[in-house]
Design a protein around this ligand. Structure first.
Ligand code: AMP
Ligand code: MG
Length: 419
């Protein structure tokens, strides 16, 4: 093969590459929701994905109540003009209702959340009432029914309040508590095993010999997986020895729903992942027309999903973020796609060769006019974690784009809190 036709990471136009979108689609087609479900209580449920719809057993609010501190009155007592005086005949506090009936010419002192007493249909804010002894004086500016919350305003008994596939946030835990639902089914927590491969990699705390580097990927994966709330199993650093990698992959696939490796997935002499996977699983090795992160292995070892991420830490992060993260969410049956993309004015010139979709690391902020602007975080090497650690977003440049001039509007994908 002539030199200029050789496929390498420097060759931006690789006819054998999949587009980013094709790779996304192919992965999604292979992922099915975990079958196991677990019945949990509210305090165990944060971050889990609901397995069945939850219906409310009650109306919320459950009774007619006041939205303000003030006075409960008959709307017919609101004067057409001028003032009117009403007699205060009792109190309705949250948890301490007034048991009588309000007649015209009367009112009841009422607090936020308290039951609106029989006869009354309108609340006057206390700031709009002038107290004089056991009476109040009100003006004509009020509307019938104001400041009253009705039963079922939020939702009614029997309504679905959270759907299967929704991830439980603090607001949703509150919602479940507000209707008195204490136990429900969630999809079981996925187990994710991961390890790094490479003779040069040392765990932190070890002394570096010439040619060694510290392993960063296991700490990155640990962090991102922890944030996803999965159960993670760190299987360490495995040297570039075929039998050891093979054994570790087999062990991992026995206990995990997802197995992730980093390194050894390209075409170097010590890159055994492809060879091993051909023997023990089904796997696709893809060159994806994206930067960073061109080589990615995806497949299965028995029932476990397998992702072989590139070794360079930034590439490992980008491919995890764009492919592994959504796959784990699908595995959990999550229905929402929370990916948000924005358009921002780019403050710096960005280097880009047409051919691959580029995920450059950027800092999204607002300028003095409150407009969204984005700046590069500096040199973009796929081994350089410094530019990743300063970033809060990807600047997403289309495959066919060339250099970006400062001042151009660009697509930006803010990081979820995973990075
Ligand atoms: P590989 O994919 O194994 O060819 O690795 C590509 C580059 O990433 C090499 O420079 C490796 O030293 C580096 N690398 C691989 N794994 C890690 C890791 N876990 N942490 C930091 N750098 C890594
Ligand atoms: Mg290697």
């Amino acid at each position: 093969m002539p030199m200029n036709k050789q496929t390498s990471c420097d060759n931006e136009f690789d006819p054998n590459s999949l587009s980013f979108e094709q790779a996304q689609q192919r992965i999604q087609q292979h992922v099915t929701t975990l079958t196991g479900i677990r019945c949990v209580s509210i305090r165990e449920a944060l971050g889990r994905v609901l397995a069945d719809d939850v219906c409310s057993p009650i109306n919320v609010p459950p009774f007619i109540n006041s939205a303000m501190d003030g006075y409960a009155i008959h709307a017919s007592d609101i004067p057409a003009s001028g003032d009117t005086t009403l007699k205060v005949i009792g109190k309705s506090f949250a948890g301490g209702p007034f048991n009588g009936t309000v007649q015209t010419g009367e009112c009841v002192r009422i607090m936020t959340g308290a039951v609106v007493p029989e006869g009354a249909d309108t609340i006057i804010m206390q700031e709009h009432a002038e107290v004089a002894g056991d009476c109040i004086k009100i003006g004509s500016e009020h509307k019938k029914g104001q400041n009253v919350r009705h039963p079922g305003d939020d939702f009614s008994a029997g309504d679905i309040i959270i759907k299967a596939g929704e991830r439980l946030s603090p607001a949703k835990l509150g919602l479940l508590a507000s209707v008195g639902v204490t136990e429900f089914n969630v999809v079981r927590t996925p187990v994710v095993a991961f390890f790094s491969t490479g003779d040069e990699l040392k765990g932190v705390g070890k002394t570096l010999q010439p040619g060694d580097i510290y392993d960063s990927n296991r700490y990155i994966l640990f962090g991102m997986l922890q944030k996803m709330g999965v159960q993670c199993l760190d299987m360490g650093v495995i040297p570039d020895i075929k039998q050891q990698i093979e054994q570790t992959l087999k062990d991992a696939a026995k206990i995990a729903d997802v197995v992730i490796t980093s390194g050894g997935a390209s075409v170097g002499e010590a890159d055994y992942i492809k060879e091993i996977l051909d023997e023990i699983g089904e796997v696709n090795f893809w060159k994806i027309a994206m930067k960073p992160g061109k080589p990615l292995a995806f497949g299965k070892i028995n029932d476990a999903l397998f992702f072989g991420l590139p070794g360079n830490p930034v590439s490992a992060m980008v491919t995890f973020y764009q492919f592994v993260q959504p796959s784990i969410k699908l595995l959990e049956g999550e229905i929402a796609d929370n990916t948000v993309t924005l358009t921002a004015r780019c403050l710096s010139k960005l280097k880009k060769r047409p051919g691959r979709k580029d995920f450059q690391r950027g800092l999204l902020k607002t300028d003095e006019n409150n407009a969204l602007v984005v700046d590069t975080t500096g040199i973009q090497g796929s081994h350089m974690l410094s530019s990743m650690s300063k970033a809060n977003c990807f600047i997403v440049l289309a495959a066919d784009a060339g250099d970006i001039e400062a001042g151009t509007e660009v697509e930006v994908q803010p990081f979820s809190d995973l990075i």
